[in-house]
Design a protein around this ligand. Sequence first.
Ligand SMILES: C[C@@](CO)(OP(=O)(O)O)[C@H](O)COP(=O)(O)OP(=O)(O)OC[C@H]1O[C@@H](n2ccc(N)nc2=O)[C@H](O)[C@@H]1O
Ligand SMILES: Nc1ncnc2c1ncn2[C@@H]1O[C@H](COP(=O)(O)OP(=O)(O)O)[C@@H](O)[C@H]1O
Length: 302
Amino acid sequence: MTRRPASVTVRVPAKVNVQLAVGGPRPDGFHDLANVFLAVGLYDEVTVVPAEELRITVAGPDAGQVPADASNLAARAAVALAARHGLEPRVHIHIVKDIPVAGGMAGGSADAAGALVACDALWGTGASREELLAICAELGSDVPFSLVGGAALGRGRGELLEPLETGGTFHWVFAVADGGLSTPEVYRECDRLRGDAAVPEPEASPALIEALRTGDAVALAASLANDLQPAALSLRPSLAATLAAGAEAGALAALVSGSGPTTAFLAKDAESAHAVAGVLAASGTCRTVRVTTGPAQGATLV
Ligand SMILES: C[C@@](CO)(OP(=O)(O)O)[C@H](O)COP(=O)(O)OP(=O)(O)OC[C@H]1O[C@@H](n2ccc(N)nc2=O)[C@H](O)[C@@H]1O
Ligand SMILES: Nc1ncnc2c1ncn2[C@@H]1O[C@H](COP(=O)(O)OP(=O)(O)O)[C@@H](O)[C@H]1O
């Protein structure tokens, strides 16, 4: 008989969208994207242990903002995997949360991918990569990327991934805002701001993909683009001051991370990243500042 582990822990990274090209609204309510993801070194840890029934606990400074019930994306991941394999999801999922909540850094998606990989190992379900990716896509558009990490182009609603090569380490500073922004609201605001204007098909930028491949931070900075940024700024005008503070502090480029309200600053090197972080922290335009690098590995057993 195969011995099952008594507990499994998986570490999963946050993401920043280095390009987020958004098409018009689809009949199903989603938007077609050219979504260039880069995983970065802020992590949630998801631990699973056998239990009488599905139970979820969350630790960390922002744990209070995360649902600790069946609506948690990690709980939904466990239920989805169990259902496919004729199992009951009798598991206690504990999340140690370090990724900003509702911040445009895919923290919920990270927890879902982490719970899936952890439960697969705990239960010995032996799901293939393809099956795990299919469950991820059912749970949310960003969940497949949380599983694979690194850098990837997401097409469709972001779930159809092509891995991208990266040629080096990029240095990032993230300014975490007070409170979150709702992703569907930001997409709706994007549509509202566009009005009747024709929306081109979203296309990935060849220059941006080349900058990732060669590890050229200056070239990457010149290509960073986020079609949701005007919408995030419209809903949260105070983000303009954060973006300006980071740019003035010497960041190569500043942009909103995904749907926001976290703002992301690409720096030339580690030293410059720490300098930018110091200025941002003193600027009074954000709640906290984090310094990290990308690419980072996807969901990994620890
Ligand atoms: C904007 C992005 C950029 O990577 O991430 P965040 O910044 O929120 O982390 C993603 O597109 C968010 O992906 P995710 O958070 O997984 O969204 P989902 O759960 O799939 O969808 C939530 C809602 O967002 C909108 N949505 C999402 C993806 C997409 N391609 N088009 C959309 O219009 C829809 O209103 C949908 O009902
Ligand atoms: N495990 C989870 N971690 C964080 N948020 C979760 C989780 N499960 C469900 N949510 C809900 O999803 C919403 C989006 O959170 P999150 O994924 O952190 O942000 P974003 O979509 O901006 O990247 C939150 O408001 C929260 O209520």
